[in-house]
Design a protein around this ligand. Structure first.
Ligand SMILES: [Fe+2]
Ligand SMILES: [Fe+2]
Length: 296
């Protein structure tokens, strides 16, 4: 599996053959002569349904399952995290950066999980896995890093907006975090192809294909449909009626507001059915939380 994220997470390599995620490809468009050479190659690879499809580390898969299991024991998850030293180290560093602000620094995985709870632990483990999968590109490393950083802000924004708008769901943070995970996948496929002369081609391909590519990642990882929907439909204006997709659209608007040096486009929030005063509050709270690395 040359395109697997495993090469960037050697700790995840199982002893035998790595499992190949399998999904029904969402990208079924045929390559045509009208397409650029780069797009034709991208489409060919996406049509296989396997190109650059990351393998979900066992520890994240277990966290997803255990967070919904009323009988789950924290020690089970702590033991599993500890079997993977690179993930454990990154998890502790993120957990402590959260805990620091609450005065809860700890060096034991188990006490970190006790303090965070299983659901927050799951969310942070996915953040760690996503971060770990964002390395090793030759041509588009900066773009992928930028996409990851923005995704963490989107996660904080989605959680903040969920609270402000009474749209809290089990997966608000993860939906914000993972909705653009398809961008990294498209960049990774393009990384193996000759760089097109016009950089706009790359940006355009990422924009047009990242939703389907991301929904495929979510499906391969067997994530809840709420997250698959967020990946697939967050640029589709018709999906505004689906509350969990609308939440991610709002999170995206918050990211743009924080990105822009100019004053935020509050009209966009109105079109997402968010009152301007609430939008301002969500933007402010997200900014504060993001600056302090604190989850809301
Ligand atoms: Fe997007
Ligand atoms: Fe986005």
């Amino acid at each position: 599996m040359s395109s697997s994220f495993l090469e960037f997470m050697p700790s995840q390599a199982p002893a035998g053959e790595p499992p190949v995620p399998s999904i029904v490809p969402l990208v079924t468009v045929e390559p045509t002569p009208e397409m650029s050479e780069t797009e034709r190659e991208l489409v060919k690879r996406l049509r296989t349904g396997r190109a650059a499809l990351p393998v979900l580390p066992q520890v994240a898969e277990a966290a997803l399952r255990l967070a919904n299991d009323p009988d789950a024991r924290i020690t089970d998850l702590a033991e599993l995290v500890d079997t993977d030293p690179p993930i454990a180290a990154r998890f502790m560093s993120v957990a402590n950066s959260v805990a620091y602000w609450r005065g809860l620094l700890t060096s034991s995985t188990q006490s970190a999980i006790v303090r965070l709870g299983l659901a927050n632990t799951r969310d942070l483990l996915f953040q760690v896995v996503y971060a770990a999968s964002s390395g090793g590109l030759k041509k588009y490393q900066m773009q992928v890093q930028r996409s990851f950083k923005r995704s963490v802000i989107a996660a904080v924004a989605a959680r903040t907006a969920a609270r402000e708008l009474s749209l809290v769901t089990e997966y608000d943070y993860m939906s914000g975090l993972l909705h653009d995970i398809g961008e990294a996948r498209i960049y990774r496929i393009l990384d193996a192809l000759p760089r097109p002369d016009d950089p706009k081609i790359v940006a355009d391909l990422v924009q047009r294909y990242h939703t389907a590519a991301g929904a495929e990642v979510a499906m391969a990882w067997k994530l809840p449909t709420e997250i698959v929907d967020a990946c697939a439909a967050h640029h589709d204006p018709q999906a505004i009626g689906v509350p969990h997709v609308r939440l991610v659209m709002i999170a995206d608007a918050v990211c743009d507001a924080l990105d822009s040096a100019r004053s935020p486009n509050l009209q966009r929030f109105e079109s997402l059915l968010v009152d301007v005063s609430i939008a301002r509050r969500i933007i402010d709270q997200t900014k504060k939380a993001a600056q302090m690395s604190v989850r809301p």
